[in-house]
Design a protein. Structure first.
Ligand code: PMP
Length: 459
């Protein structure tokens, strides 16, 4: 297509990028000889790079973010209208969009009642961790301060968030870590650690074993992704969540669900945890909250937690002693409110469920044709296909061959993702998370391109 940006401006930008931008997750040596990838325009599910090449984006902005698709003028209008009225004041005060978005959000989260605004998923998780620590100091003499996290889960990029991260290849080189974070086993049945029938319950029982080993009076919270994302798209097996909830209640442990990826529609419900009938104490969210139209993340909690921070007014330290400067930006909640309206008015939760079933069905059909697919799994428009050299032994294919599949899809004009450099020896899952507006044609085009790519890489 003819890009709306003049060619001259594009070449100036490419040179400026090459000279000064440090890209995320990138070994820059590779950019000395290749042009940097610069995405310049987007509309719906499609994006265009600086060379004018068109791609169908099956990963919503690379990292599961642009849930309502690109080029939404109504979100841009909502942000603009708000910014010219009132762009910023510290969130120690309130704002109109902050108030209205929290009311709307809470209406979709029965049992929860308070929204704390921040900028990133990492930061939202940190706020919950800090609350757990403050509660431990206030109520338990500092003892109930440990936070459990799960092998293969990810909770962000700061030193404390990687201390709560179950992906060794992301953590390597960043220690020493924040103390008090303890790992529990993953629950991926395809990579089973126990030979039992009720795998979900068994995997949850493993959490109880860790609690008993550490001492229940030292454990304050358990932090889990509803569906593990970058660790391999793992939807926990049946029976898991019910046991997790029982265990948290039994030992008075706060349940923190990290919805940074699954939140705001990705799995076909507003939040991933809502598939499982559980009642979390903290829910953190970021990416899909405003679909990347503004930087906004939220830490949502319930009255039980909220009340603990205001019950002793004589104590001058008894409030959440925390601030996030840009949590006071109004562009975020203004965009988020319009984002939610779009999801409701366009029936995107229903579309996600229907298109997710189609995607899963297509992946199962591909499994019949390609022995290299060992497992397909997911929830809604969030699916993964694990690639193995041998179905019997489940030996993972090498990461570079998985990346070759991604490259072959890109060569056909479809951007897919894959787990990368996170779990040693297990970076072998293709990841798909198209926008919630995907049509049947989009879904079929995505899986057709994978079909061709697998044929090319593994024939
Ligand atoms: N939690 C999960 C489950 C994530 O996938 C991510 C980001 N990939 C984060 C937290 C961190 O979010 P952010 O990059 O916005 O800090």
């Amino acid at each position: 297509m003819n890009l709306s940006i003049p060619a001259n401006d594009l070449s100036v930008a490419i040179e400026a990028d090459r000279a000064h931008v440090w890209h995320h997750l990138t070994q820059h040596k590779s950019l000395e000889t290749n042009d940097p990838k610069i995405i310049v325009e987007g509309k719906g599910m499609r994006i265009w790079d600086a060379a004018g090449r068109e791609f169908l984006d099956a990963v919503s902005g690379g990292v599961w973010t642009v849930n309502v698709g690109y080029g939404r003028e109504s979100i841009a209008d909502a942000v603009r209208d708000q910014l010219v009225k009132m762009n910023y004041f510290s969130q120690a005060a309130g704002s109109i969009p902050g108030a209205m978005f929290s009311e709307k959000l809470i209406s979709k989260m029965p049992g929860l009642s308070r929204v704390y605004y921040v900028n990133s998923g990492t930061e939202a998780n940190e706020k919950a961790f800090k609350m757990v620590r403050q509660i431990a100091h206030k109520r338990y003499g500092g003892k109930k301060h440990k936070i459990l996290f799960r092998e293969r889960d990810y909770h962000g990029s700061s030193i404390t968030a990687v201390s709560a991260g179950g992906q060794p290849e992301r953590n390597a080189q960043y220690g020493p870590f924040t103390p008090g974070f303890v790992e529990v086993p993953h629950c991926c049945e395809y990579r089973a650690q126990w030979d039992v029938e009720n795998y979900g319950e068994r995997a949850a029982d493993a959490i109880e074993e860790v609690i008993l080993r550490e001492g229940p009076d030292t454990v304050g919270a358990l932090c889990l992704e509803p569906v593990t994302a970058g660790g391999g798209v793992i939807a926990p097996p049946e029976g898991y969540w019910q046991r997790v909830q029982e265990i948290c209640r039994k030992y008075d442990i706060l349940l923190h669900i990290d919805e940074v990826v699954c939140g705001v529609g990705r799995t076909g419900t507003w939040f991933g945890y809502q598939h499982y009938g559980i009642e979390p104490d903290f829910v953190t969210m970021a990416k899909g909250v405003a679909s990347g139209y503004a930087a906004i993340a939220c830490m949502v909690t319930n009255e039980k937690v909220f009340e603990m921070f205001k019950d002793d007014v004589e104590d001058p330290m008894n409030y959440f002693r925390d601030i996030s400067t840009f949590g006071g930006c109004t562009a975020g909640p203004a965009a988020a409110l319009e984002n939610m309206r779009i999801i409701e008015d366009e029936g995107l939760l229903e579309n996600t469920t229907a298109m997710g079933e189609r995607l899963m069905g297509n992946l199962h059909a591909l499994m019949e044709r390609h022995a290299v697919i060992g497992d397909v799994r997911g929830k809604g428009l969030f699916c993964g296909a694990e690639l193995v050299a041998d179905r019997a032994t489940k030996e993972p294919v090498a990461e570079k061959r998985v990346q070759a599949v991604v490259a072959e899809c890109a060569a056909q004009g479809v951007i897919i993702g894959a787990t990368n450099r996170s779990i040693p020896g297990l970076n072998n899952t293709l990841c798909l998370s198209p926008a919630l507006i995907a049509t049947p044609d989009d879904i079929d085009r995505i899986t057709d391109s994978i079909d061709v790519a697998l044929g090319r890489v593994f024939s």
